[in-house]
Design a protein around this ligand. Structure first.
Ligand code: HEC
Length: 218
């Protein structure tokens, strides 16, 4: 804690020093309107830099431009806690039995996804003309990155058109089930869980009901 605030203090100090020296050198350089670095940026000139929405289209090498990331890692189950599964990084994961049955949370995620996300992201996480194919996103992003976007949202401009992912951080119907949605999408992306409602599933563990009620504030 202390170390962290000292580092923050030092960083702030370094910033002040650099601002001071910048303004000194601006004065030194004499006349002429100082170009402040805080001046509002000019609106970007015409052809706005294209930043492709990960299209639902062919997953060719061109489709995934972003810098290589760590990604979600191996989804194989490492631990289990009351019917909830975790991978080797302790991130939530799915379990699919030999008969195709899914764990409760994957099934729950299917339902929650289709009540909160599919309007924009398309059925089964397949993407739409408006929002990216999450089946691909979860293969590229880490669990932490997924949580961050869902909680804080994101706004991008593509060729002058705004693309808005709403922030769900205060929406309990999403946040109380965000891990469920994640493992469902992970199962679709990393294990080819078939489209549609999973046919077979584990029963709802009693702890799922308890956690749910605590989260929703019952
Ligand atoms: C109102 C429409 C809308 C809804 C509802 C919505 N999203 Fe999004 N979401 C978007 C758009 C648009 C983007 C792309 C934003 C951008 O261009 O950066 C996005 C981006 C994302 C991303 C980042 C994907 C990537 O490849 O970087 C994740 C993860 C995500 N949404 C998850 C969810 C989840 C989970 C839900 C349901 C709880 C949800 N979204 C509901 C519109 C929506």
């Amino acid at each position: 804690m202390l170390a962290r605030s000292m580092i923050a203090g030092l960083a702030a100090l370094a910033f002040v020093v650099s601002v001071l020296s910048a303004s000194v050198s601006a004065q030194d350089s004499g006349a002429g309107p100082a170009t402040s670095s805080t001046a509002p940026a000019e609106p970007p000139a015409a052809p706005v830099q294209q930043q492709a929405i990960p299209a639902p289209a062919p997953a060719g090498p061109a489709a995934t431009a972003p810098a290589p990331q760590a990604g979600p890692g191996d989804p194989a189950v490492a631990t289990e806690e009351n019917g909830k599964f975790f991978d080797g990084d302790s991130d939530p994961t799915f379990q699919i039995g030999p008969d195709g049955s899914v764990d409760w949370y994957t099934y729950s995620g299917f339902r929650r996804y289709h009540s909160e996300c599919h309007v924009c992201h398309g059925p089964d996480g397949e993407g739409s003309s408006y929002a990216p194919r999450l089946v691909d996103s979860v293969k590229r992003e880490t669990y932490a990155e997924f949580l961050e976007v869902v909680a804080s949202g994101r706004i991008n401009v593509h060729g002058g058109v705004q693309s808005v992912m709403p922030a769900f951080g205060t929406n309990l119907n999403v946040m109380c089930y965000v891990d469920d949605i994640y493992v469902y999408l992970r199962a679709r992306g990393q294990a080819d869980l078939p489209r549609g409602r999973p046919g077979k599933r584990a029963d709802k563990p009693p702890t799922a009901t308890e956690d749910e009620q605590a989260c929703l504030g019952f």
